[in-house]
Design a protein around this ligand. Sequence first.
Ligand code: SAH
Length: 348
Amino acid sequence: MDKKIDLRNKTVKELEELSVSLGEKKFRGKQIFSWVYKGTSDIDNMNNLPKKFKDDLKRVSYLKNMDILKVLESKIDGTKKYLFTLKDGNIIESVLMKYRHGNTVCVSTQVGCRMGCGFCASTIDGVVRNLTSGEIIGQVLTIQKDIGERISNVVLMGSGEPLDNYDEVIKFLGIINHPLGLNISMRNITISTCGIVPKILDLANMNLQITLAISLHAPSNELRNQTMPINKVYNIDELLKTCRYYTEKTNRRITFEYALIKGFNDQPSHAYELSKKLQKMLCHVNLIPLNEVKERKFKASTDKSAKEFQSILKKRGIEATIRRELGSDIDAACGQLRKNYIDRINQK
Ligand code: SAH
């Protein structure tokens, strides 16, 4: 493997150290950093660096780390799904969603996933490896460049479990939030997790202003154990206790994601049970009709049960919205596109 440094993987401080190690002044680090996030993909174009320094930099580092393999655009809502090829040949996916409040990119944090959730396509073949912070940033940068518009919001809800790749994800947050980086406010970033309790505690103690989304998907341990193996390690009560701590520390409202699965977790009794569990929490529930994945046996709830579920929560004082499914015509469910693409190649 190429041992060269991926410049997108580096914080300002690390680039300052790199500059000094190559015999240059420290301030060059900031200049490099700012070029990277202007979207420059060629070190030769970093106009304010001396020629010799650019040559030295090219010897030890590179900028380009992913290619667009395929883009699918939804005819229904303009959502775009990107497949990228990484330097080592692995394939990942990201999604661009155009909302009135701005462009949102949903990034992957791992190649595959090892969490094993029973309804999810990303985890079917397990995890291949963690992404580097540079590869997570690269998804946002490449899409921003491709559409020629600013990305204002980022959600870590693509393939992979962000808190299973904690250090790179934290590094990614620092870079993307930096004024010379993409300058995306922490408040416009959402991290979604299946519930790795010790890492949620670490995150709470960092007191960032990001939004934390918890993939809950069931009101009881009995049901959650059946679809989410992580629940056998950190059960619902422990998870919700940690969420309360998170809110105490950060004053941030937590989002609970709840994919409605027909006949499994979408009955009125489940809504009552959930509302009891979430009483007095500063939270919001996102109800998502399940995106059906062909390898999985689960079916989506009907609109009628979704509305009934929502109304029970609301009557009991829990804010809840039914999230519109975006990109339903382009395999937008987590990990579906990558998996279908790889399966098709393997069939050939
Ligand atoms: N690992 C993280 C983030 C990735 S998944 C997590 O678990 O939160 C992003 C969200 O999509 C999660 O809430 C996940 O549970 C949900 N999801 C996965 N497969 C789905 C499907 N088939 N239909 C609806 N939501 C799904």
